[in-house]
Design a protein around this ligand. Structure first.
Ligand code: NAD
Length: 497
């Protein structure tokens, strides 16, 4: 799909009336305190909106609305086929408003407009549609009982779900939660990141237009330590689903323990290894994938292939190919249709990335390309994707999630060493292996402690693939039918005949 020129997006922007209020019980409303904060675009510093700064008072209202709608059965008791119809209409409305949503997403968090339009918005709509399509095709179970008993094993919606999501794929991450949560009949409070609230706020209205009853989807913009914490500590939230950093994920488990032991499902950080063996079937494809794995979405990707493990015998040949491939990932104004690398989300993130560039140098790694701030004249937050060679797995740039376009190249001599380095991480979100040897592919994939493993590609899969992490990358899975586990309680009903 070709993306319209920048002028088109500027015209669309002129006509936009950007909503920044919360959405509770079917209506937009200001925060109880009346407080707002500024939403500024990292693309070029333009002002976008005043956002309602929700806190615990707003959480009270939203949880009460969600509870009322859930207990009334207005959504939970609808036939699955009816919930499916409403959610498919919702997915259709996301697509019908794709240009507006893509523009909001790009201006809010900086990703290239071509990506917002061709990846984020369609994937968000697809997450809603896929779960909607599934919900009237799932059966409960009848247990194997003696003939005088009937044992039913059924699933019920958990009730009130709070969904706290990050800023890197704002709408897509929200819809990975909303799809299964709403399809299974729950009522939801969505808390977008304070850095990217615009699309979440906008789609609340579209959900009502699609026929979702008031109170079933509420959206509370605001900070994590205020409204996020209030939701996580709330005694009437049944389940908390989260995508974000490992640091906050751990905190949410504490909040659950301190309150009502709500179920907590976490999709957290990563430091994913991308292992290239000398017998990779296509080194050019591996080089291009390695570049894309660190530069796509400005490297602000939980599954970024941030550790490139290269077999020593091909290192001298392969590294220049990766450097060359990365040159195609040049930062540009995020509203230009040809831009592949947009703006980082804000200057805090820029400082983090530049700080890791300094840490890499200080620890003795060699900066091969990139790593400097560029396009400052746009007033946007752009950085040139970077590669460090000579990295050891003990260095900070190999151990910590940078969440920016900084690639660490680590050399290995044997499959055993590659696997040991790959698994020597607190994270376990994703991994890739490149080889033409089918046994090595399977053996390596089996040994890798990661929720997703790709062979001879980076980032494969679709809605049918469960997505989530081992170790400190989280628990539970988004996407696929397995995601329904997060949003339902199992019930055993035993009947004496
Ligand atoms: P973050 O943890 O800072 O924030 C995530 C969300 O939590 C935001 O909405 C934030 O407001 C909220 N929050 C912050 N403090 C809180 C508190 N005390 N109580 C309740 N809520 C609080 O993460 P981020 O910077 O927005 O996103 C980047 C992180 O997300 C990276 O670590 C990345 O790996 C991770 N991520 C993971 C996945 C995955 O599926 N595993 C996908 C995308 C992003």
């Amino acid at each position: 799909m070709t993306t319209a020129p920048r002028q088109h997006w500027e015209q669309l922007f002129q006509g936009l009336n950007i909503e920044g209020r919360a959405f509770i019980d079917g209506q937009y409303c200001t925060s109880v305190s009346g407080e707002t904060f500024e939403c500024t675009s990292p693309v070029d510093g333009r002002q976008l909106a005043h956002i309602a700064s929700c806190d615990s008072a707003d959480a009270e209202r939203a949880v009460a609305a969600a509870r009322r709608s859930f207990d009334s059965g207005v959504w939970a008791n609808q036939a699955p086929a009816q919930r499916k119809r409403v959610l498919i209409a919702f997915a259709d409305l996301l697509l019908a408003n794709a240009e507006e949503l893509a523009l909001l997403e790009t201006l809010d968090m900086g990703k290239p407009i071509a990506d917002s339009l061709s990846i984020d918005i369609p994937a968000a709509a697809n997450a809603i549609r896929w779960n909607a399509e599934a919900i009237d095709k799932i059966y409960d179970e009848v247990a194997a009982t003696p003939s005088d008993q009937l044992g039913l094993v059924t699933r019920s919606p958990v009730g009130v779900v709070a969904a706290i999501v990050p800023w890197n794929f704002p709408l897509m991450m929200a819809c990975w939660k909303l799809g299964p949560a709403l399809a299974t009949g729950n009522s939801v409070i969505l808390k977008p990141s304070e850095k990217s609230p615009l699309t979440a706020i906008r789609i609340a209205q579209l959900a009502i237009e699609a026929g979702l009853p008031a109170g079933v989807l509420n959206v509370l913009p605001g900070y994590g330590h205020t409204v996020g914490k209030a939701l996580a500590l709330h005694m009437d939230v049944d389940t908390l689903v989260f995508t974000g950093s490992t640091r906050i994920a751990k905190q949410l488990m504490v909040y659950a323990g301190e309150s009502n032991m709500k179920r907590v499902w976490l999709e957290a950080g990563g430091k994913s290894p991308n292992i290239v063996f000398a017998d990779a079937p296509d080194l050019q494809a591996a080089a291009e994938a390695a570049a894309s794995a660190i530069a796509f979405n400005q490297g602000e990707v939980c599954i970024a292939g941030s550790r490139l493990l290269v077999e020593r015998s091909i290192k001298a040949r392969f590294l220049p190919m990766v450097v060359e491939a990365l040159k195609a990932w040049k930062p540009g104004h995020a509203l230009d249709p040809d831009t592949r690398v947009g703006a980082l989300v804000d200057t805090t993130q820029l400082d983090t990335v530049l700080g890791y560039i300094e840490a890499g140098k200080a620890d003795g790694a060699t900066l091969v390309i990139g790593g400097e701030r560029v396009l400052e004249d746009t007033c946007g937050v752009y950085v040139q994707p970077a590669i460090f060679d000579g990295v050891t797995n003990a260095m900070r740039i190999a151990r910590e999630e940078i969440f920016g376009p900084v690639l660490s190249v680590i050399t290995f001599d044997s499959a055993e060493e590659a696997i040991a380095i790959a698994n020597d991480s607190p994270f376990g979100l994703a991994a890739a292996v490149w080889t033409s040897n089918i046994s090595r592919a399977h053996n390596t994939a089996r040994a890798l402690r990661a929720g997703s493993v790709w062979v001879n590609q980076y980032d494969g899969g679709d809605m049918t693939a469960p997505f989530g992490g081992f170790k400190q990358s989280g628990n539970g899975r988004d996407k696929s039918l397995h995601a329904f586990d997060k949003y339902t309680e199992l019930k055993a009903t035993w009947i004496k005949l």
